[in-house]
Design a binder for this molecule. Structure first.
Ligand SMILES: C[S@@+](CC[C@H](N)C(=O)[O-])C[C@H]1O[C@@H](n2cnc3c(N)ncnc32)[C@H](O)[C@@H]1O
Length: 251
């Protein structure tokens, strides 16, 4: 099965209702998921009636057991745990981390699509979510994650989560180089004890190899990479790839 059809199958529910009305957009998007203008159209058209969070696959409940223990191990008495969701779209993942963490967290949800960011800012303002820890913060920013250095200095983040964003880039005609850049930027922005979690439907044989080689480029010294199965959704198996920078990866 091609990566496109696998990705298509895993998100069939949105496509099933969405694609009947917007089939040309879906066809264009499937091969160009690195393009801001197509995501802007996707989020504009999919929220044209009432806005609801959209999960590309799995929600917070299914992935929290991978995320929350890492928050706990990063927690410090004097400063918040700094979390970034790259390519957040209109997912409720970042807001759920913010709401549920008993430790102080500063959660930044970043996406290249200004439309997705605006929708999430509006929803968050409307709902006024109360965090478990009163000093936690949540923000949404428009950001091309191939250029994380514009917003995050080296060693400034404890945890980066990526649910479907690297998948989207790797499956796009012109996105593979961007996926490598995003990985390298993440490794630079993370603390040496920090973690990048990639939630993905890509098979470990392919993703582990890609992660190991992409982490070695451009002056980086590589990363330790592990994988665990998250579970199955509509016949597709999902994985959590856990990437930690080698301590000398900051040179
Ligand atoms: C497959 S969707 C995943 C959305 C969300 N994480 C989820 O789980 O529902 C990929 C997201 O990555 C965003 N994206 C694509 N290229 C990006 C880039 N270079 N920087 C930041 N976000 C990007 C898209 O706008 C889209 O929202």
């Amino acid at each position: 099965m091609s990566p496109f059809s696998k990705c298509f199958r895993s998100s069939w529910r949105v496509y099933a209702c969405f694609s009947r009305r917007h089939s040309s957009l879906i066809t264009e998007l499937m091969e160009n998921m690195d393009k801001r203008s197509l995501w802007d159209r996707f989020y504009t058209e999919s929220s044209s009636k009432t806005f609801k969070n959209f999960e590309w696959f799995f929600g917070f409940d299914s992935v929290q057991d991978f995320i929350m223990p890492l928050l706990q191990s990063s927690a410090r008495p004097d400063s918040p745990v700094r979390v970034l969701d790259i390519g957040c779209g209109t997912s409720a993942l970042g807001p759920s981390i913010y709401r549920n963490s008993s430790f102080s967290v500063h959660v930044t949800c970043a996406d290249i699509s200004a439309v997705a960011v605006r929708l999430m800012q509006e929803k968050t303002q409307l709902e006024a979510i109360q965090p478990n820890n009163p000093s936690s913060l949540l923000q949404f920013v428009e950001l091309d994650c191939t250029q994380l250095h514009r917003r995050f200095s080296p060693n400034s983040l404890d945890l980066i989560v990526d649910k479907g964003t690297t998948d989207a880039l790797l499956r796009s005609k012109e996105g593979k180089g961007k996926a490598s850049l995003v990985l390298q930027q993440c490794l630079k922005a993370l603390q040496s004890s920090g973690s990048l979690l990639q939630f993905s439907d890509e098979d470990p044989d392919a993703r582990l190899l890609w992660l190991e080689s992409a982490a070695l480029h451009h002056g980086l010294n590589g990363a330790d990479v592990g994988v665990q199965e998250v579970g199955q959704l509509r016949g597709v198996c999902y994985f959590c790839y856990h990437v930690t920078p080698h301590s000398s990866a900051k040179c």
